[in-house]
Design a binder for this molecule. Structure first.
Ligand code: HEC
Ligand SMILES: [Cu+2]
Length: 345
């Protein structure tokens, strides 16, 4: 009795929490992480499947809970109980068959429905207009390469809107440079892991422009929780403009010449690429168009002068345990260097 009372309380708490979370998500639709608001075919298939699963498991819950409540009330201990056991039923074929066959059928239905959705997502052919992206998971940031477009960026993925009458989906190849990560943008597609020495795939075809948030969904080390992921779905024109801009090498702004020299003569070049300069490191994010991104360090801080400076001085203050060392420059060099970074549009 105590056990079932406690489990009812837990279930109620879970339902209240779920309701609260979904209404909180409503407050800022563009920041929503809800799988119940899909905007892309794979996410939509998963959404429909989860409704079916919720309906079936909801029915099971109602039936079991009603029977339980009925028995608990009807057969409760009353005053004047003689304390003897009620008659026991052994070996009823009907009952045994019912509770074997019904669960088997339920599991079969759930299994077949799930297998169908997995197949439809995984076997989807790549149409001619598809954009191809290689996403590489790093501790603790995302590298995005567009092999056909000659673009490399980090943490903020830009993709074009996919109009159902003229689909331009984005097919993403998932790789890892160190340990397991998982690519998850709940409103666009289900989770797919990035595993070292293995090539995985996923795809999205967003039907609405806007910002879609995601997150690494596989524990990958201390800063796993700060390995956020943003997908910007742009209109085709804006996407093409973005690609044009990203393809260009970094332009040399004479006002920032001193900062460029500091960058090029500091260890930064071993870990970062700025195309058009000697820097071609690949351990950290490509900085060629750093200022085209709204955040730094995988969404850990806004991309402003102040945050860039404190990041370069001591990244651990923003992201403890991240793999960029504190560069500890003197104030003058730091200032000139940041001025240079701010010209990387
Ligand atoms: C040992 C390699 C290493 C060195 C040296 C290094 N960085 Fe980094 N840097 C990284 C890594 C790794 C990240 C990603 C950290 C994360 O997000 O977890 C990073 C991130 C950054 C970012 C944020 C980029 C983004 O889009 O999120 C900036 C800016 C940056 N570094 C600038 C510099 C500058 C300037 C220097 C030289 C003064 C430098 N780094 C030296 C490895 C390095
Ligand atoms: Cu990760």
């Amino acid at each position: 009795m105590v056990g079932s009372g406690a489990s009812v309380a837990v279930l109620l708490a879970v339902f209240c929490l779920a309701a609260k979370l979904s209404s909180a998500a409503e407050a800022s639709p563009s920041q929503s992480l809800s799988i119940f608001k899909p905007e892309s075919t794979p996410a939509d298939s998963i959404f429909r499947l989860s409704l079916l699963v919720l309906a079936i498991t909801g029915c099971i819950f109602l039936v079991v809970f009603s029977l339980l409540a009925y028995s608990v009330v009807k057969y409760r201990r009353r005053a004047g109980d003689n304390g003897r056991e009620p008659p026991q039923v052994y070996g009823s074929n009907q009952v045994e068959l019912a509770w074997t066959v019904i669960p088997v059928l339920i599991v079969l239905v759930l299994f077949l429905a799930t297998a169908r959705v997995i197949r439809s997502v995984q076997d989807s052919p790549e149409p001619p207009g598809a954009i191809r992206v290689i996403a590489i998971g790093h501790q603790f940031w995302w590298e995005f390469r567009y092999p056909d477009l000659g673009v490399v960026t980090a943490n903020e993925l830009h993709v074009p809107l996919s109009d159902p009458s003229h689909p331009t989906p984005t097919f993403i190849t998932l790789l890892s440079s160190d340990t397991d990560h998982s690519f998850w943008v709940p409103r666009l597609a289900g989770k797919t892991d990035l595993i070292p020495n293995r090539v995985n795939h996923t795809w999205i075809d967003p039907h609405e422009t806007g910002l879609y948030l995601g997150q690494c969904a596989q524990y990958c080390g201390t800063q796993h929780a700060k390995m956020l992921l943003s997908v910007y779905v742009d209109s085709r024109e804006r996407f093409d403009e973005w690609v044009e801009q990203e393809k260009k090498p970094a332009l040399g702004d004479p006002a920032a010449e001193e900062g460029r020299q500091i960058f090029e003569t500091t260890a930064c070049v071993n870990c970062h690429t700025i195309s058009g300069t000697v820097a071609d490191g690949r351990f950290g994010p490509d900085l060629t168009h750093l200022m085209s991104r709204e955040t730094i360090a995988s969404g850990a801080a806004p991309n402003t002068r102040e945050y860039l400076q404190s990041w370069i001085q001591d990244p651990d203050a923003i992201k403890p345990g991240c793999l960029m060392p504190a560069m500890k420059l003197n104030d003058h060099d730091l200032d000139a260097l940041t001025t240079y970074l701010l010209t990387l549009r």
